[in-house]
Write a protein that binds this ligand. Structure first.
Ligand code: ATP
Ligand code: MG
Length: 444
């Protein structure tokens, strides 16, 4: 296993002081998987004061959580967290330990970690793996260290971490671990909105997100209550060959792993149960679910304390997910002018994943072709730099006033809007002479 130089130097410095020190957790897991670790965490027998004493001559250190044993060392390769071997005592709030206790052995420290694949360290002698993490990595399984019910009871965040690692690593969750997570799901109300959001956000972008959502809807309904009514909800239409939650999960899994797109798909149909009615023929419809879903999406993201820019990006994706896409160039230009190309690309991605998660009927195939055609028309307009907005129009208000066509006032705005419309429709070239000449012929 390749330990980067900036990490090895810290290990050497601590070991030269007679302490045990090893990379631990996610970096060991990711290295064994052949992935490049995002960050390297170290654990050590040295107490925080000893860590600082050993290292502060050569590196700057930050007291990140000295009471919990963590010192952050600022190295040339980036910050590295160094944490003293510890165990955690009492979890009366199902989230944070009441206190931590420093311990002498690496094995005790590994035993407090959440999953076997996260409970390995790299000692001088090689991998330390007391809980079978390597075998679980090979079997691609997320399994609690120790008794799952007790581990979720201690810290409810681990329930979401289990789902998140299963999605991101594309692993399955070992049955006893999943059953215990399910049983402990009501305790998720103790986890802060920010932590829930952070886990869901990672989960959603995982390669296994669709599968994990499908199998854990009841768990997720504890953090997003609007999921509850979707579970097992029969849409009573030949367009759907699965229940509403299964459709949503499948749509997420089929979409590119882009944040806005996957969040939009998670939320896109959550208002369907509230809008649902059967027609005289016994076929289900959910009129207004997209608009209502957009409002619901905003509310859910606000409750989760999600970044405002995510909510602003997701809202139109949900609101317009069910609207037919324009099939002619002027229509495509209008959408381009209204939302801009990055949002249109996301709209197309949402549309495709949503459609592909339906039953493969002729109607659905036609709509998919419509999405392709819209993407081509709007994409070409974007790449050509077609005029789709007043800012791109070759004349502005002052040009029209200077040419004596019109005075300042509401008529000026109407005239510019009408000129843009002519250009979008392809009836006028977007050049100043053409537009001025045309404007002079306009009565209103
Ligand atoms: P990544 O950084 O890729 O999200 P990671 O495994 O490094 O994954 P971190 O949240 O950085 O996850 O935590 C580092 C390590 O600390 C984990 O690998 C695990 O051993 C332990 N750990 C983190 N959170 C918990 C928890 N809630 N309960 C028990 N152990 C935990
Ligand atoms: Mg980490």
């Amino acid at each position: 296993m390749e330990v980067p130089v900036h990490v090895q130097e810290l290990l050497d410095a601590l070991r030269a002081g007679g302490f045990t020190a090893c990379p631990v957790g996610g970096c060991v897991r990711d290295s064994l998987l052949g992935r490049v670790p995002g960050d390297w965490d170290l654990c050590t027998s040295a107490r925080p004061e000893q860590v600082k004493q050993r290292l502060s001559g050569r590196w700057r250190t930050v007291d990140t959580g000295v009471a919990h044993g963590t010192v952050t060392v600022l190295t040339a390769g980036g910050p590295v967290e160094v944490t003293t071997f510890r165990v955690e005592d009492g979890y009366s709030d199902h989230r944070r330990p009441d206190g931590v206790r420093f311990v002498a052995s690496l094995e005790e420290d590994l035993a407090r970690r959440d999953f076997t694949v996260n409970a390995m360290a790299l000692d001088e002698g090689g991998i330390v793996d007391p809980f079978g993490g390597r075998a679980d990595l090979e079997a691609r399984v997320i399994r609690c260290v120790g008794e799952p019910a007790a581990r979720f009871e201690e810290d409810a965040l681990r329930i979401l971490r289990a789902l998140r690692f299963a999605a991101c690593l594309d692993f399955s969750i070992e049955p006893a671990t999943l059953a215990a997570a399910r049983a402990a799901a009501p305790t998720l109300c103790r986890v802060s909105a920010e932590r829930v959001f952070a886990e869901l956000d990672k989960l959603l972008r995982g390669a296994g997100a669709g599968r994990v959502l499908a199998e854990s809807g009841d768990i997720l309904a504890q953090v997003i209550p609007a999921i509850g009514p979707c579970l097992g909800f029969d849409l009573h239409t030949p367009r759907h060959d699965r229940d509403l939650w299964a459709h949503i999960a499948r749509a997420v899994g089929l979409a590119p792993a882009r944040r806005n797109v996957r969040w939009a798909l998670l939320l896109h149909d959550l208002a369907k149960p509230a809008c649902f009615a059967l027609d005289a023929g016994g076929v289900g419809h959910a009129p207004g679910h997209a608009a209502r879903g957009a409002a619901l999406a905003r509310q859910i993201l606000a409750d989760l304390k999600a970044p405002g820019r995510l909510a602003r990006a997701v809202e139109p994706l949900v609101r317009w997910h069910d609207t037919p896409m324009p099939q002619d160039l002027p229509g495509a230009r209008r959408w381009l002018g209204r939302w801009g190309w990055p949002t249109l690309e996301e709209m197309v991605a949402v549309k495709r994943a949503d459609l592909r998660a339906h039953a493969a009927t002729a109607v659905i195939r036609r709509r998919l072709e419509e999405a392709d055609r819209f993407e081509r028309l709007a994409g070409e307009a974007h790449r050509r730099g077609d005029c789709v907005s007043l800012e791109q129009l070759a004349v502005n208000g002052s040009d029209l006033m200077r040419a004596g066509v019109c005075k300042a006032g509401p008529r000026l705005g109407r005239l510019l809007g009408a000129a843009l419309n002519e250009v979008i429709e392809g009836r006028l070239e977007n050049d100043p002479e053409t537009l001025l000449a045309w404007a002079k012929t306009q009565k209103n």
